[in-house]
Ligand binder design. Structure first.
Ligand code: TYD
Length: 128
């Protein structure tokens, strides 16, 4: 989990900042948002060959499951300014969304379907 820089401005609210190479270990080339989630929704269920991503929960919470071919990890991600780093070659899924869950994902590159591994047996083969 990575932390954003937080600046509290009293009655004027709070700033949370994601700087590349300070809070985020890569140069951000794409940001996308995930919304309209239901508690039975499931997202992800794939790995990336090279892409690095960080998922921030802006509202609500969700469960992130990660698998590197050997070990499984389950993280509860909530809107506390911390983001879940998803490195390359990690099979991941997002589920257990709370009501009104809003997610922002920062990615190290633009969208490229060729970077996806969507077939679990292919992922298992590549991580053997
Ligand atoms: P996908 O990455 O599988 O979504 P998630 O990981 O959130 O479950 O993408 C779903 C669809 O949206 C797929 O057809 C590709 C498309 N897409 C883009 O065109 N650009 C993007 O930046 C993203 C993230 C997805």
């Amino acid at each position: 989990m990575l932390e954003l820089t937080t600046i509290k401005d009293g009655k004027d609210g709070t700033l949370q900042i994601a700087d590349s190479f300070r809070n985020i270990p890569f140069s951000i080339k794409r940001v996308y948002f995930i919304k309209d989630l239901k508690k039975e929704s499931i997202r992800g269920v794939h790995a990336h060959k090279k892409l690095e991503q960080i998922a921030f929960c802006l509202k609500g919470s969700f469960v992130l499951r990660l698998y590197n071919g050997k070990r499984r990890l389950k993280r509860f991600v909530k809107a506390d300014g911390s983001g879940a780093y998803i490195p390359p070659m990690i099979w991941h899924s997002m589920e257990g969304f709370s009501r009104n869950c809003l997610i922002a994902v920062f990615a190290s590159d633009v969208y490229d379907e060729c970077d996806y591994i969507r077939d679990f047996s292919e992922f298992r083969r590549l991580t053997k």
